[in-house]
Design a protein around this ligand. Sequence first.
Ligand code: PLP
Length: 441
Amino acid sequence: MSHVFPRHCHASLPTATAGDGCFLIDADGKRYFDGSGGAAVSCLGHSNARVADAVKAQIDTLAFAHTGFFTSDPAEDLADLLIANAPGTLDRAYFVSGGSEAVESAIKLARQYHIENGEPQRRHLIARRQSYHGNTLGALAAGGNEWRRQQFSPLLVDVTHIAPCFEYADRHADETPDAYGQRVAQELEDEILRLGPDTVMAFMAEPVVGATLGAVPPVEGYYARIREICDQYGVLLILDEVMCGMGRTGHLFACDAEGIAPDILTTAKGLGAGYQPIGAMLCTRKIYDAIASGTGFFQHGHTYNGHPVAAAAGLAVLRELLDNDLVAQVRQRGTYLETELRRRFGQHPHIGDIRGRGLFWGLEFVSDRDTKQPFDPVLGLAGRLKKAAIGHGLICYPMPGTRDGRHGDHVMLAPPFISTEAELNGALDSLERAITDVIPT
Ligand code: PLP
């Protein structure tokens, strides 16, 4: 009998025993194409020699040195390389162990920045419905997925949520995409004015919404307007690129596609690519300087901040991405994947929308394409699809609650950047079979 406390008490999971390129292999020797990189993590597949060697070499040299006492070469080098490629005036990297920690750090830094800046009344965080920012209490409070929040709501700090930019579900038939983007962006200004402009500390959003919406990019012009509103009211813009960052969308930083830069950015998953747990919070020079010239320290910290082995993995991953121009490869393979998705599923009577960027794609299931009506949640479509796909040797990322935390189902694909066209085709064959098993037409 297992003593591991699993995610789900009644699931019977295979044991993963090996990784081979884009595939995971279980104890029975069955191979699974990792079509979602777990949860958009394994961007380099599962057997990248350069990253594995960097991890081993770092352990042999220096396994750990607490950042209260030392800095380390891998952390310094990773920060230099990230910042050299980061948008806008992002200038400092704060290394943590994952996405939720990066988000917690971002929220606390935003608050401390305003205090150091002589505006201690700025305390409100605004985020968006149907976003996911992590499972620790601060990150969960920022997230806008009702199902995840519900039972913990008495423990969550007060965060207000505006609409996401979700064109498929929310744009009116007589509205242009541009007018739609401006309408939903306007909700931010309205909320700032409602709360009192000098009480708002930050606005947080995922540039391309991952787990909870299923790879939803914004319409053009939305983020330009968001940036403008934040600037007008002195509200910090925090972009959560934990899932969509590090090349996943065909841009090293997802916000590069929007032509804007945040004040604080969080990244994780693809940064360690699964070889080590690592996340990072990047902030602008202005924010860093406010802390440095004020109290002189960020009142935060975790034991494993800037872990040398995790940083060595992150550095090797980033070098792989940059040296091999893998972000361009993501764009090229992404175009192929999009074409194939549209060819295979574009006319499916129960797939209402195919959206995404780069190698980050979502299919949304509906009972009726004309009305965009979701399936009844009691059908448990997403869960059944996950099981069927695994049966066909495909790991993908189905999720219920697309529309409001309860209604709606989607499946997300986030395959490794090294996937070949033949491998992507094999994955889509499996997905097609799984969809047919679950939603016979
Ligand atoms: N932010 C986003 C956008 C995410 O997708 C996730 C995880 O899925 C997180 C934060 C939390 O990251 P982690 O699970 O590493 O704590």
